[in-house]
Design a protein around this ligand. Structure first.
Ligand code: GLC
Length: 556
C-alpha cells in the first residue's frame, strides 16, 4: 500500500528529533518550530471558510494553551465557540473538568489523570495517566486545535517504552508500552520524575496489550489531524512502532493470525474470561497494523515490517470476518454443526460443540443484524458481545460495509439491552452465579451487571458516535448522547453505571472519571463536525475485500 496515499504528499524535513532532547525534558521540544496545521484532502467535506476558522483557531490555541507555568486552562473551547446554536451547558463544564485533570511534567502538559475524585478515600492508581484513558482526552484536544499535549504524551510514553521492564526476575519485551505513568513533583528539590507501570504493579500483574496499539492509533490521529508528518517520521517514532509490532508479528506456534492474550490485558483489566483471542484486542491489533502501514517508512528496516503487516492483515481480516462473525444465519449453521470432523474438508473447523451455545444468544439474535463475538479458539466460542471490539471493527474497516451496517442494525434492534438508560454496555450479557465464580474467580467488583461484567461505560459513547458517523447513522449517536446528557453531569461523570439498564451509578465507580468527560466531548464535537471522525477511522482497503461473504466460508 502506498504510504503517501494516506497522508497526502510528503514534504518532510525532520524538524524535531527526539534524540536532540534532554532525556527527561519536554520543554525543549516546545521551543521547536510550531506545527504547520494543515488539513488534508480527506477533509474536503469542510467548506473553505470553516477550514480557515479551524486554522486560526489552531494557532490561537498554541499561543494561549502554553503560557509559562502551564495552567492556562480555561480558554473557551473552540468547538462551542463555533456553534451557530447554543452549546449544551454540559460542554463548558466538561472542558473545565477535563483541563483540571491535566498532568504536567516540568511545566508542560503530558496527559490527564484517570479520575479527579476527591471524595474517594481510595485513590489506588486513578491518579495516574493511563495510556488507554488518555485517548479520548487526546482526541478532544486535537479536535479543539490543541495538539501539543498529544505530542508531549506520545513522546513521553515513547521514552518510557525505552525503559527496562521487569516483573520479578522476568524481563518484558522491549516494545511493551506502559498501562499508566505518574509524575512525581518534588517541591523541595524542584524536580519532576516519572514512574511507570507496565503490569508489574497492576492488580493481577497483567501487561496491557492494548497500550502499544493505542499509541500507534493516536500517532496516526495526531498526524491526520495536524498534517504534521514530522513526528511520525522521526527515527524514534519509527523505532517505537517497529518495537510494538515485533511483539505481535513474531512467529511462534500459532495456527491463527489472531493474537493470543492473557485475561485482563485490555480495558477489561481483570479476569473476565477474555483470555485467548479477545475481540477487543484483535480489533485494536488490526487498526494498529493499518495505521502503522500508513506511517512506516519504506526504508530498509521499515520495509520488512510493511511486508509482514500486509500479509498479516490479509490473514487477520479473513479469519475475523469469517470465524468471529455471527448473525442469524450463521448461528443457525453453528447450531446444526457436526462435530469430530477431521481434515481439510471440516466445516466445523474448531470443533465447536453446539451444546455449548448459551441459551441467551438464541433470543438475543435479531433477524436483521450481527456482530463479532468475543472469542474463538478450539471448541470455544464466547458469544458475548463487546462494545469496544465491535466499534473499533467498524472504525478500522475490519468489518466489511455489510457487517458494519449489521452491527448498527443490532444496536437498533437491541437498544434496551446494549444502551438502555446509559450508553454503553461494555459487554453483554453479564455472567452470574456459578459461571461468575468460575470465570471471574469470585471477583466482587465484577458482579453481574456491574463494572466489566455488563456495566455501562460512558467513555464508550465516543466510539459509538464515531461508528455511527462512519456508517451514516448519526441519529443513533444523537439518541445516545441525549441519554448521557440527562445524567452524566448530575451524577458527576461516573466511571460506569450498573444494572441491566445502566440506571444506577456503579457500585465502586469513581466520580469525575476523565475519559467519561472526554468521551462525551469527543462525541459532541464529532457530531457537530463529522469530518473530525477522520482522525480515528479508516476507509476500507479494497485489496482486503473478502472473496467470500458471510457464512459461506463454513460450508466451502
Ligand atoms: C480501570 C479500568 C481500566 C482503566 C483504569 C483507569 O482499571 O478497568 O480500563 O484504564 O481503571 O481508568
Amino acid at each position: 500500500m502506498d504510504v503517501t496515499r494516506e497522508f497526502g504528499l510528503r514534504n518532510v524535513s525532520s524538524h524535531c528529533s527526539i534524540s536532540e532532547m534532554d532525556d527527561y525534558d519536554l520543554t525543549k521540544l516546545l521551543d521547536k518550530p510550531r506545527l504547520n496545521i494543515k488539513r488534508e484532502k480527506s477533509f474536503d467535506e469542510r467548506s473553505l471558510s470553516e477550514l480557515s476558522i479551524g486554522l486560526a483557531r489552531g494557532l490561537d490555541n498554541f499561543e494561549s494553551s502554553y503560557s509559562p507555568g502551564g495552567r492556562s486552562g480555561l480558554d473557551t473551547p473552540a468547538s462551542s465557540a463555533r456553534n451557530s446554536f447554543e452549546p449544551h451547558p454540559m460542554v463548558a463544564e466538561a472542558w473545565e473538568s477535563l483541563r483540571r485533570s491535566l498532568v504536567y511534567f516540568r511545566g508542560q502538559p503530558v496527559g490527564t489523570i484517570a479520575a479527579y475524585d476527591h471524595a474517594s478515600e481510595e485513590v489506588l492508581n486513578y491518579d495516574q495517566v493511563f495510556v488507554r484513558d488518555f485517548v479520548p482526552s487526546a482526541l478532544a484536544f486535537l479536535m479543539n486545535g490543541e495538539p501539543d499535549i498529544v505530542k508531549n504524551f506520545l513522546l513521553k510514553t515513547l521514552q518510557l517504552q525505552g525503559w527496562e521492564k521487569r516483573i520479578d526476575r522476568f524481563k518484558l519485551g522491549e516494545g511493551a508500552m506502559p498501562a499508566s505513568f505518574k509524575v512525581l513533583h518534588n517541591s523541595d528539590r524542584k524536580t519532576d520524575t516519572v514512574v511507570a507501570d507496565f503490569g508489574e504493579s497492576a492488580i493481577g500483574r497483567v501487561a496491557p496489550v492494548d497500550s502499544g496499539f493505542w499509541w500507534i492509533i493516536l500517532l496516526r490521529a495526531y498526524t491526520k489531524s495536524t498534517g504534521d508528518q514530522t513526528l511520525a517520521e522521526t527515527p524514534e517514532c519509527q523505532k517505537g512502532m517497529r518495537l510494538i509490532l515485533s511483539l505481535c508479528l513474531s512467529e511462534g506456534f500459532d495456527t491463527f493470525p489472531t493474537l493470543l492474550c492473557a485475561d485482563g490485558c485490555s480495558m477489561i483489566d481483570r479476569r473476565m474470561g477474555i483470555y485467548g483471542y479477545p475481540i477487543e484486542i484483535q480489533a485494536l491489533f488490526f487498526m494498529a497494523l493499518r495505521c502503522s502501514l500508513a506511517m512506516l517508512k519504506h526504508d530498509t528496516e521499515g520495509k520488512e515490517f510493511v511486508e509482514r503487516i500486509v500479509k498479516r492483515l490479509h490473514a487477520l481480516s479473513y479469519h475475523m470476518r469469517s470465524y468471529f462473525w455471527i448473525d442469524f444465519q450463521q448461528l443457525n449453521d453453528i447450531y446444526r454443526y457436526k462435530t469430530e470432523e477431521y481434515s481439510h474438508t471440516a466445516v466445523n473447523k474448531f470443533n465447536v460443540i453446539p451444546d455449548s451455545i448459551p441459551d441467551w444468544v438464541f433470543d438475543f439474535m435479531p433477524m436483521r443484524g450481527g456482530y463479532f463475538i468475543g472469542n474463538v479458539s478450539p471448541a470455544r466460542m464466547d458469544f458475548r458481545w463487546f462494545a469496544l471490539g465491535n466499534c473499533i471493527a467498524i472504525l478500522s474497516s475490519l468489518a466489511t460495509p455489510e457487517q458494519s451496517a449489521a452491527i448498527m442494525d443490532l444496536f437498533e434492534a437491541r437498544w434496551e439491552e446494549l444502551v438502555g438508560e446509559m450508553p454503553l454496555k461494555i459487554s453483554y450479557p453479564a455472567i452470574e452465579s456459578h459461571e461468575w465464580r468460575i470465570v471471574t474467580g469470585c471477583d466482587p467488583k465484577n458482579t453481574r451487571w456491574s463494572y466489566h461484567n455488563g456495566g455501562s461505560w460512558p467513555v464508550l459513547l465516543w466510539m459509538l458516535t464515531a461508528a455511527c458517523i462512519k456508517t451514516g447513522r448519526p441519529q443513533i449517536a444523537r439518541k445516545a448522547i441525549e441519554l448521557a446528557e440527562s445524567r452524566l453531569l448530575k451524577d458527576s461523570w461516573p466511571e460506569y453505571y450498573d444494572g441491566k439498564l445502566g440506571r444506577y451509578v456503579g457500585k465502586q465507580a469513581r466520580k469525575y472519571q476523565t475519559w467519561s468527560i472526554a468521551g462525551y466531548l469527543v462525541a459532541k464535537m464529532m457530531l457537530e463536525d463529522p469530518s473530525h471522525s477522520g482522525m480515528i477511522s479508516l476507509e476500507e482497503d479494497r485489496q482486503m475485500k473478502p472473496v467470500l461473504k458471510r457464512s459461506s466460508s463454513w460450508t466451502c
